[in-house]
Structure formats: C-alpha cells, structure tokens
Ligand binder design. Structure first.
Ligand code: SAJ
Length: 406
C-alpha cells in the first residue's frame, strides 16, 4: 500500500494533519489547496493554524520531501477530498453548499486511471458521494474501475493527531468492492476499528454524531436558562443529576461554535425540514444561548451605568470557540464580544491563544484585571483555571458563563 501516491485536496484543519500524518508514514503525498498564502507557510514546514503536535510532523515531512504542495490538481493513486462544505441560512432555511467538493472532483476527473481510490472526507449531505460517481462517468476510465467511498473525519480539534490514528473509522463505498479496497487503505494507518457500510449510511452517520452532541449541549444550555430563572446553580444541579448511573448531562456554555457541531445538523434539516424538529430546535436553543448571554451582560453593564454614572469597561475572557485552541470559527465568545461592541459598550478581550485580533482589542491578563469593571468568563481556557487567577476574578464583578468559578 505504501508504494501508492496520495493527493489530499484541501489543506485545512483536517486535510493538512491527514496529509502530514500519511507523509510521516512514508506515503508520497501531494497536498492541494487554492490558498496560495497557506501553501507558502506549509512549504516552510509550518502549519497555517495551531494544532498540538502538528508542527513537528509538518516540518519533518516537508524537509524529507514526503509532503509537497500544489495549487492545482496532481495525479495520484489515492485522492482524499477534505474541502470545506459550508452552509448558508436564508430566510430560516439551511442551504448546503457542496460546490468545493464538485470542483475538486471535476479537477481530478481528467487525471483518474483504473484502480484509483477517490475518498470523500468532507462533511456532506446524504447522497453527495453518489454525485461524485456522476462526475467520474465522464472520466477516461469506466467508473467500475475506480473506487469511490465516503469516510467521514471524526477528529476533535485540539486532539487531531491522536484521534486520526486512534479513532474508529466508518467507510461507506458506492459498492462493497470499493468499500473493501478503501477500508484496506485506512487499515494501513488507523489503529482504531475500520467499520464498513454504504456511502449514504456513512454520510448520515457523521451528521448524526454531531447532531447528537448538539442536542445534548442544547439540553444543558436549556437547563442553564431554567436554573437562572429559578435561582439554582446549574453546575451543582448537573453534578447531582450525573450521579444517576444512566444520566450524563454535558456542560452549558455561551453557545455552540466551531465549524462542525454548529453547522452539520443543518445538513440533515435542509433535506427533511418536516421530520427534523428536534435537530432544528437544538440548533435554535444553542444559538439563542449566545444572545441570552449578551443580554445578561448588558443588564449588569446598564446597572453599572446607573450606579456609577459611566460606562463600564467589559473584559471578555476567551474568544475562541472552545477551550485551549486558537480557532475562532463560529465562536460564540467572539460573537458576544462583537455584539457588545456593536451595542456601544467598551470591550477588551483576553485570549491566551491569539496575539492579535482586528476587531476586538486584546490585552494581557494583568491589564484586563486591573482595568476592567466587569468580567465575562466565556471560555474555560486552562490559564483561567489556576487558583490565583480565579481569586482575581472573584474580586471583580464576574459573570461566569462556562463554569470557571464553580
Ligand atoms: N460545548 C459545550 N458544552 C459541552 C461540550 C461542548 O458548550 O459540554 C461547545 C464547545 O464549547 C464548542 C462546541 O460545543 O463551542 C463544539 O465543541 P466540541 O468539542 O463538542 O466539538 P468540535 O466541534 O470541536 O468537534 C466535533 C466532534 N464531534 C463530536 O464530538 C460528536 C469531533 O469528533 C468531530 O470530528 C468534529 O466535530 C467535526 O469535525 O465534525
């Protein structure tokens, strides 16, 4: 298997770690991306985003030449498509955009030869892998001679390298022969189990996993709203409920962010709006939680104005979409900071994983603690969990939306 060449199309959060890991296992890998400035950084042996353990691997595989980059499609034996599949919400209606997948397939179609593997890893609506077959019908080899499969990525940002190797993988080919052949490829580098199914089940499996988590977080967020009204500590409540042997409630927070859980459930809703009431409602509850947090901060800030006759300086602790990463995609914390600024409040941010932000003024921890009148704890970064730091928060008007002070 290692003699095969691989082309990874899309060198983002999933594609780059996948390409680097495969190159590190001595596959000859070509990474393809249209983002020239990202490729320039990668060519210097650096990832264009932060992910633990990734930099050393990228550095080594660029140096030894096992990973090379290109802005255009490159011929290979195995193609792995990891391009973004965004979703737009128009008039309350989710509209998935799989144009990047279609374009990637169109670009590789002229290069396809008999025996090639074409693997889609991007999160996609049910039926997308079948659409690829349509595109390859026009290729110079009969589609029966190529192997098309869907294999969703399931890695957790912050633990991508470990999870790429250790997680179980679901492989859904367009036919059982393709499923087997693609499964053999994954067996060459994955230590987890390789489970075989068809493409449509694999596609929905990925969407179901993230929707499951979204629903469970929505439940925790809904409890936090109820508890706030009833004057009950939601963290204590969840701790107590979780002592039941069959209850495991997740953590409430300022909403759900990232490019996966905040988006993927909409792929299911978009195909079947009638039968997806719970999935849609979970999305709405988690989105609502973000605006609820803004309102809570505004109430306290407005009280401060009444009391002191001046606007408070609000320090938002954490801007990323979840703890201990620098990823701002769909971040509720960033949305909250920006919404407060939009409403005319004075806002500063403390984000240990980011040096600079073009909209929110970032300051160091000491300055924020010294200058802020009001503190909004939005992301449970490890830096904020140190006992002395928590003591500093407790000396201020601190609104804790992520369970730092519990
Ligand atoms: N969150 C809460 N409460 C919790 C857990 C999470 O509010 O108890 C929030 C986080 O703060 C964050 C959001 O949810 O804003 C999502 O974070 P996450 O850590 O749950 O998930 P992601 O988006 O980083 O990664 C998910 C993972 N999916 C599942 O756990 C089912 C990962 O395995 C997927 O590979 C990834 O989506 C993806 O790429 O689809």
């Amino acid at each position: 298997m290692k003699s095969k060449t691989i082309s990874v199309i899309g060198l983002g959060y999933i594609g780059l770690p996948t390409a680097a890991l495969l190159a590190n296992l001595n596959y000859k890998v070509k990474g393809v991306d249209t983002n020239y400035s990202a490729l320039k950084i990668i060519d210097k042996g650096k990832p264009h985003f932060f992910e633990p353990e990734l930099e050393n691997i990228v550095q080594s595989v660029i140096k030894n030449g096992f990973l090379e980059t290109s802005t255009t499609a490159v011929e290979a034996d195995i193609y792995i498509i990891c391009v973004p599949t965004p979703i737009k919400i128009e008039n309350n209606k989710p509209i998935p955009d799989i144009n990047n997948v279609i374009e990637a397939a169109n670009n590789i179609a002229p290069l396809i030869k008999s025996g090639d593997l074409i693997i889609l890893e991007s999160t996609s609506p049910v039926g997308t892998t079948e659409k690829l077959q349509e595109i390859f019908k026009d290729a110079s080899v009969p589609v029966q001679e190529i192997h098309i499969a869907y294999c969703p990525e399931r890695v957790l940002p912050g633990k991508i390298i470990t999870e790429l190797l250790k997680n179980d993988r679901v492989i859904g080919g367009l036919n059982s022969r393709s499923t087997n052949i693609v499964a053999d490829f994954y067996k060459s580098f994955v230590q987890g189990n390789i489970i075989q199914t068809n493409s449509r089940t694999a596609e929905l499996c990925k969407l179901a996993e993230n929707s499951f988590r979204d629903l469970n977080i929505a439940f925790a967020n809904e409890l936090s709203l109820i508890c706030d009204k009833e004057d009950i500590d939601v963290w204590e409540l969840i701790n107590l409920a979780n002592r039941h042997p069959r209850v495991n409630i997740l953590h409430p927070g300022p909403g759900v962010g990232g490019h996966c859980i905040a988006i993927d459930p909409w792929f299911i809703v978009s195909k079947d709006p009638e039968d997806t009431k719970m999935i849609r409602t979970a999305r709405e509850v988690n989105n609502y939680k973000t605006s609820w947090v803004v309102e809570k901060i505004r109430i306290v800030a407005d009280d401060f104005v009444t009391d002191k006759g001046r606007k408070p300086l609000i320090a938002c602790f954490g801007l990323s979409y979840k703890p201990d990463i620098d990823d701002l995609r769909e971040s509720p914390a960033l949305k909250i900071a920006k919404s407060l600024m939009y409403h005319g409040y004075n806002v500063i941010g403390v984000e240990p994983n980011i040096f600079n932000h073009k909209e929110v003024k970032l300051v160091d921890f000491e300055k924020a603690i010294r200058d802020a009148d009001l503190i909004a704890l939005l992301v449970k970064h490890q830096e904020f969990l140190v006992e002395e730091v928590k003591n500093e928060f407790n000396k201020k008007i601190a609104l804790d939306f992520c369970g730092i002070l519990v």
